[in-house]
Design a protein around this ligand. Sequence first.
Ligand code: ADP
Length: 261
Amino acid sequence: MYTMGVDIGSASSKVVILKDGTDIVVAEVVQFGTGSSGPQRALDEAIKKSNLSLSDMSKIVVTGYGRFGFDKADKQISEISCHAKGIFFLVPTARTIIDIGGQDAKAIRLDARGNVSQFFMNDKCAAGTGRFLDVMARVLEINIEEMADYDARATEVTKVSSTCTVFAESEVISHLSKGVSKENIIAGVHASVASKACGLAYRTGLEDDIVMGGGVAQNAGVVRAIRRELGRPVIVAPNPQITGALGAALYAYDEAKKANL
Ligand code: ADP
């Protein structure tokens, strides 16, 4: 039996096709999110790569910020539930999840069975999210994928203290004009994102294992800054950007079983 999970975010669209609730057949990420052709492109690519058709899917579940505009799903489920389910499937020892996406950051506490017992979310402000990093990468004229390498070469962490993205952007420009290296500024940018994510995570009680998901978990500089801030080991989920879509595909499997498909 095949099921599909679709996660339509602000920055990217993700599709996971699952076989029998256990095997990931395809995990597709397109770096365009809601309001663009991203969801359709991710869907088309996933179908093409799997050699299946949409009618082969017993159930489809959609999640993410853009889920309300997607009409091919049997059910919509919240991002918190889907990220939790996806991460617990990949890392069953996970008890605290830190998920940083394009426009929000979440900290989720799981019980030993993978149920969400508590969560905290910042979706009011770009600071502490992928958007903040994208803005800073643009100001610094580097690609988002290069941020971690710059961070690794930093000799010190230049403080970026503004809590507002617009002011932080001016602060970064001011650091640049004073001759501060991009490496040290980027370490400061990562520390700023880490401090906000950890603020959310502390409120959950911070039980081990701590696992990171979301697109920003691909930035090793942010992961390093979070480990430094917490002083604890942090596991990065395998293929962290697809954990929401994976959770949605797992929910779709549960739905299909309930319907005896
Ligand atoms: P959403 O679900 O809201 O669309 P994602 O979980 O896809 O967001 O995360 C998007 C963010 O992840 C981007 O804003 C960017 O900062 C970061 N990101 C995406 N790909 C990479 C990468 N290859 N390396 C580092 N950071 C990345």
